[in-house]
Design a protein around this ligand. Structure first.
Ligand code: F6R
Length: 248
């Protein structure tokens, strides 16, 4: 694992955006795996700024998102499809047809999971996967206890995840209780992974990530088995953590 320590959220967002931009410039037809939530919004804002200022093009880029709530149509403002359109896709020159998010409101969700897994494999997999981390160690929506062998599947969201995500909804009861998520094995097939960690609320998760053994009860620990992971974390997330062994 490569570790980049930054001062704060703003610096994490700038550093992550530069990292992604460089990969897009090196490989204009790159396949990116993308995350939603609070962590990557600043990164996406910086990608948009760069696109507007420097013209970095996404015309040949393909994206696959990690997850989507079950029961929400892509037009629902709390869906992850809506989030991606609003926070990134509508502001860059990517072709919408090349942006994939699982469909959370279909009739047959099992079938949708298989379709998404096959679609991703058919595209040759992900070159660079951007990840956030849940305070319980989830990656995508793979909650503690998820098999490391899992493929795209239906998940019951942990109470702590529902609570954490309630901030995006009008009322906590509106947070869906289930989601479709890429599985852990799906994520691990990515050629490269960029994990973004910011804020005090992630400090415990960061500690466990650095100090725990491989353990399905702490999903992010699987990243220790991946050959190419870069973590960008800010001071609030790593305060007092002993991480010199990871620094380059
Ligand atoms: C989002 C996702 C989740 C989030 C995680 C952290 O697509 O897959 O794993 O990355 O829940 O969320 P935030 O960034 O809101 O703290």
């Amino acid at each position: 694992m490569k570790f980049i320590e930054v001062k704060n959220y703003q610096q994490m967002s700038e550093t992550a955006a530069e990292y992604i931009m460089k990969k897009v410039l090196d490989n204009p037809s790159i396949t990116l795996g993308l995350a939603t939530g609070g962590t990557p919004t600043g990164t996406y804002q910086n990608l948009i700024k760069d696109h507007q200022k420097n013209g970095t093009s996404y015309q040949h880029v393909t994206t696959f998102n990690l997850d989507e709530y079950i029961g929400l149509a892509g037009t629902d403002k709390n869906s992850y499809r809506y989030y991606m359109d609003e926070n990134l896709f509508n502001h860059i020159d990517i072709k919408k047809a090349n942006t994939f998010v699982p469909k959370g409101n279909g009739r047959n969700i099992e079938e949708e999971c298989n379709r998404y897994e096959d679609l991703l494999a058919g595209h040759g997999g992900i070159d660079l996967q951007v990840l956030g981390i849940g305070s319980n160690g989830h990656i995508g929506f793979n909650e503690p206890g998820t098999s490391f062998q899992s493929k795209t599947h239906i998940v019951n969201l942990a109470p702590s995840t529902i609570e954490a995500n309630a901030r995006f909804f009008n009322r906590p009861e509106e947070v869906p209780t289930q989601a479709i998520t890429m599985g852990i094995s799906t994520i691990m097939k990515s050629k490269e992974i960029l994990l973004l960690v910011s804020g005090e609320s992630k400090r415990d998760a960061m500690y466990q990530l650095l100090h725990s053994e491989l353990n399905e009860n702490f999903p992010a620990s699987v990243l220790k088995n991946h050959p190419c992971v870069t973590i960008i974390a800010d001071e609030a997330a790593i305060l007092d953590l002993k991480i010199p062994m990871l620094k380059e």
